[in-house]
Design a protein around this ligand. Structure first.
Ligand code: GRF
Length: 235
C-alpha cells in the first residue's frame, strides 16, 4: 500500500518538518508513508514554503462555500490514504471525516479532553493551562471526528508545568514533545499498529511479529521529571 499522506495546516509548519524528517529518515523502501500533499486554508502560511522546499505539492484551499467539496476532490484526485492535521484551524468537513474515518489524525498541545474544543488552539491553550494552576500538561494525538478535538485518543505524553513558566516557555516545551510524539504516532497508525475500531475506540493491533504494538519516544527532556512525578505518586 502506498500510504499517501496529506498534511493540512494553517501555520508555520514545524510539525510538518518533524513528520517529514521522521518519514524520510530511513531507507525509502521502508518508509511508513509518503507526504504527497500539503494543503492550507491560508495563502501566506509558512507551511506551504516548507512543503515546496521539500518537493511536496502545496495547495491553497480558500475558505468559503466550496471549501468542503474542493478539499474532498483534491484528496481523492491525489489518491490520499491518510489525512494528518498539523495546526489546521478549520473544522474538517463531515464529508471528509466520513470518507476517511479512522484515517484522519490530529495533534493537540494539551492532555485532551482538558483544554480542548473550538477556539482552543496555540497560545490560548497554554494560557488556560497556566491560569488553571495545572502542574502537568502534555500532548495528545487523536483520531479526528466531526467535532473539534473529540476523536479517540491514540497517544499522550506528559509535560510538566514549571512555576516560572510563561506562555512562550510552556509552548516551546510542549512543541518539542509534539515533534517527538506525533511522527511516531502517525507511523504507528499508518503501519496498522493502532486503528479506530467500529465502536470509535483507538485500539492497538499486534505488531506483525506478534509483539504488542508499542512505540518508544525519543527522550523528551522532560520525561525524567514526568517519571519522577509518577514515582512520587507511587505510580
Ligand atoms: C501545534 O502546536 C499543534 O499542537 C497545534 O497547532 C500547532 C501547529 O504548529 N495543533 P506548527 O505549525 O506545526 O509549528
Amino acid at each position: 500500500m502506498s500510504n499517501r499522506i496529506a498534511v493540512l495546516a494553517s501555520g508555520r509548519g514545524s510539525n510538518l518538518r518533524a513528520l517529514h524528517a521522521h518519514l524520510t529518515r530511513g531507507a525509502a523502501h521502508d518508509a511508513a508513508g509518503t507526504i504527497a500533499l500539503v494543503a492550507s486554508d491560508r495563502r501566506d502560511a509558512g507551511v506551504l514554503a516548507l512543503a515546496r522546499e521539500r518537493g511536496i505539492e502545496a495547495a491553497v484551499l480558500e475558505r468559503g462555500a466550496t471549501h468542503a467539496a474542493a478539499l474532498e476532490a483534491l484528496l481523492r484526485d491525489r489518491a490520499i490514504d491518510w489525512v494528518v492535521l498539523a495546526g489546521y484551524l478549520r473544522l474538517v468537513p463531515a464529508s471528509v471525516v466520513r470518507a476517511w474515518r479512522g484515517h484522519v489524525l490530529n495533534v493537540h498541545p494539551a492532555l485532551l479532553p482538558a483544554f480542548g474544543g473550538q477556539g482552543m488552539y496555540g497560545d490560548r491553550v497554554h494560557r488556560a493551562v497556566l491560569e488553571s494552576g495545572a502542574r502537568v500538561t502534555g500532548v495528545t494525538v487523536h483520531f479526528v471526528d466531526e467535532a473539534y478535538d473529540r476523536g479517540a485518543t491514540i497517544a499522550q505524553w506528559p509535560v510538566p508545568v514549571r512555576p516560572e513558566d510563561t506562555v512562550e516557555s510552556l509552548a516551546a516545551r510542549v512543541l518539542r514533545v509534539e515533534h517527538a510524539l506525533y511522527p511516531r504516532a502517525v507511523e504507528a497508525v499508518v503501519r496498522g499498529r493502532v486503528r479506530l475500531d467500529a465502536a470509535g475506540r483507538a485500539v492497538a493491533a499486534p505488531a506483525p511479529d506478534g509483539a504488542r504494538a508499542a512505540f518508544t519516544l525519543g527522550e523528551p527532556e522532560d520525561v525524567e521529571l514526568a517519571s519522577n512525578i509518577g514515582a512520587a505518586l507511587g505510580g
